[in-house]
Design a protein around this ligand. Structure first.
Ligand code: DP6
Length: 341
């Protein structure tokens, strides 16, 4: 056994995963399509040692409580890999994100992809890309899409071995950019994992499923044909489809709620701005995950214009401060043996 470090990108879904037909195995109802985000990454090192009595998880230099939900989830994930390697030793896991968690950038995606790749390498398991994707999925569904490079499709499958992600186009296939605007760093009230459970209760879930195949094919085709207009329109409608489900899936947390609203007023302000920018000739589309963060999708040459336009809106309210990250399509998870932190 050795110390291994892996770096993995988060990914942004254009056709989303929302609802699981098997919660334990994290098998989704539908295929999803995403791209790896170049500036939203997690770096994780794993060091197994026979001297440890329990797994130790350190996030951004701070040791997590043994009973914290994250530590338990990480430990459970390590158990899956330990079982294959027939290894009993516990591990020290150190992990850092280049972006805030729980705001609508999937930190569990990059987190579990990096953890899987680092732990599998430390245990010298020699897993294939498909196997790494399957293991990552068991940690967090969207993590399976952070394994292959570039534009990726997660084939839903119907069993553990048939549900994994594969590349549909390499990162340099299409020079689109994603201007990610983090409008709030307050953690969301309802996790994605809970959102998946609640989705089927929405009266609109069934109709989403009836047309999902058509939308999936349109998004894939638009990527392969580099048809920006078709792509942007589909992606924007898909984001709203997910949020329509979330807003109509009742749940109980400190009382009854008719649905989950992941948006803040700033999210809405940007959505409206996108419509105005488009009508004035700047072609940009938005997508949103389970959080207030707005991802603005544009052609590479428009990155700077979009960033400036966002800063202009930000100034509408004095002292308002948004974090902006420019993401370009990126490679998937990788081992980085020489890096230690
Ligand atoms: C809205 O992968 O975070 O980002 O499998 O329960 O860990 P778990 O869920 P997660 O869900 C991501 C949901 C989403 C859409 C997407 O990435 O496809």
């Amino acid at each position: 056994m050795k110390l291994s470090t892996a770096i993995a990108p988060s990914n942004l879904a254009f056709l989303k995963y929302w609802g699981k037909k098997d919660s334990k195995l994290r098998i989704p109802y539908n295929n999803s399509i995403s791209v790896n985000l170049g500036s939203a990454t997690t770096i994780t090192s794993v060091n197994f040692s026979p001297d440890l009595e329990r797994d130790i998880v350190i996030v951004n230099d701070s040791e997590q409580d043994t009973t914290s939900g994250f530590t338990v989830r990480v430990s459970k994930h390590l158990d899956r890999l330990r079982a294959v390697a027939n290894e009993k030793s516990k591990a020290i896991v150190k992990t850092k994100n280049t972006f805030p968690e729980s705001v609508g950038i999937a930190s569990s995606a990059s987190g579990f992809a990096a953890l899987t790749v680092a732990a599998a390498d430390a245990l010298e398991l020699n897993l294939s890309q498909k196997e790494l994707s399957i293991f990552s999925r068991l940690g967090s569904g969207s993590a399976c899409r952070s394994i292959p490079d570039g534009f990726v499709e997660w084939v839903a499958g119907d069993s553990n071995d048939t549900s994994f992600a594969q590349q549909i186009a390499p990162p340099d296939h299409w020079d689109i950019s994603i201007v990610t605007v983090i409008v709030s760093k307050d953690a969301k009230k309802l996790t994605s994992t809970s959102g998946h459970e609640l989705a089927v209760a929405s009266p609109f879930f069934k109709s989403r499923m009836e047309t999902i195949e058509i939308h999936l094919n349109r998004v894939r085709e638009a990527i392969l044909n580099k048809d920006f207009e078709q792509f942007g329109r589909q992606v924007e409608m898909e984001a709203i489809s997910l949020h329509s489900i979330a807003m109509t899936s009742p749940f109980t947390a400190n009382g009854w709620n008719s649905g989950a609203y992941y948006w803040t007023p700033d999210t809405m302000e940007l959505i409206r701005a996108v419509q105005e920018w488009r009508s004035s000739g700047l072609e940009v589309y938005f997508t949103l995950d389970a959080g207030p963060t707005v991802h603005l999708i544009c052609r590479r040459e428009d990155e700077g214009k979009i960033e400036k336009a966002v800063r202009d809106i930000e100034k509408n309210i004095p002292l308002r401060k948004w974090d902006i990250a420019i993401n370009r399509p990126a490679v998937g998870a990788r081992v980085q043996q020489e890096i230690q932190h």
